[in-house]
Design a protein around this ligand. Structure first.
Ligand SMILES: O=P(O)(O)O[C@@H]1C[C@H](O)[C@@H](CO)O1
Ligand code: HPA
Length: 265
């Protein structure tokens, strides 16, 4: 079942299908969210994308306001088991969070990566400055035991290397630059914090490189060997498109700050 609410009114009042690359369309999506849950509720400092099996993070949000994706214009419907399909607003330990209880995998949506990363742009327009992204992945590193946790320190975004990037196509500069650096895409300060917390709690935690394949088929033994050879530690079918879009938005924020400083000096 697709979301039958994928249209917004454009210039002249003509309805058109939401384009995930169009800033004005996403402002209309955000306006609809604010209208449905109220402007006070519809904002957050921290965005959380729950991977497969990690939906209960959304259930731990305090004072939750839940908006099903089916009621959000432009949000496709998620079909993957373990992805509920809710936007959850509330707090966790006093911090305002917006939780995506369910993500969009490119293999579900004809490799439309911009569409699958649309929620990240929506989170940005709702005020989110910090994004926590989780996933379930297959281990490649021989260090790993079943169920181990890995913090991503870098990625190999295979679909993007083959031309399937969420940033391909018209670039609306209000989202950021045409050419986006993904150096330090995974914040070192937060990675260190997670490592310290794991150590304090005697948890097994590794840092490693995540490789995203298009899926949905799992990888052949020869492909796993290939990824191991190029330095990947874990393998999945998500995350990199979201992080790439987030990185463009973060670069946009720092660009605005640079201009601001320039004007002051
Ligand atoms: O959303 P995530 O990345 O946790 O989903 C995982 C990876 C694939 O989409 C799927 C295959 O197991 O689950
Ligand atoms: O082994 C895997 N490969 C790709 N994606 C996955 N998601 C969970 N496990 C895997």
């Amino acid at each position: 079942m697709e979301n039958n609410n994928a249209q917004v009114a454009g210039a002249g009042g003509n309805a058109h299908t939401i384009d995930p690359r169009n800033y004005d369309d996403l402002l209309a999506v955000v306006a609809s969210i604010k209208e449905q849950v109220g402007s006070e509720i519809a904002h957050g400092e921290i965005g959380i994308i729950c991977g497969s099996g990690l939906g209960p993070i959304g259930d731990s949000v305090e004072n939750p306001t839940i908006l099903p994706y089916a009621k959000i214009p432009g949000f496709p419907v998620t079909h993957v088991v373990g992805h509920k399909g809710n936007l959850v607003f509330g707090t966790i330990r006093g911090k305002r969070v917006v939780c995506l209880q369910g993500r969009f995998h490119p293999y579900e949506h004809n490799m439309n990566l911009a569409l699958c990363a649309l929620p990240v742009r929506v989170l940005h327009l709702l005020g989110v400055k910090t994004l926590i992204v989780s996933n379930a992945a297959g281990g490649i590193s021989s260090k790993f035991q079943y169920g181990d946790l890995m913090i991503i320190k870098d990625h190999i975004f295979l679909p993007a290397l083959a031309g399937f990037s969420p940033l391909v196509g018209v670039n609306d500069s209000r989202f950021g630059e045409r050419f986006v650096s993904v150096h330090d895409a995974y914040d070192k300060t937060y990675r260190n914090l997670a490592t310290q917390i794991a150590q304090r709690n005697n948890m097994r935690l590794f840092e490693g490189v995540y490789v995203m394949s298009g899926g949905p088929q799992y990888e052949s033994p020869a492909e796993v060997q290939l990824f191991k050879t190029v330095g990947a530690d874990a393998l999945g079918m998500s995350t990199c498109h979201e992080v790439t879009v987030a990185r463009q938005l973060r670069n946009q924020s720092s660009r605005i700050l640079t201009h601001h400083q320039y004007r002051q000096s």
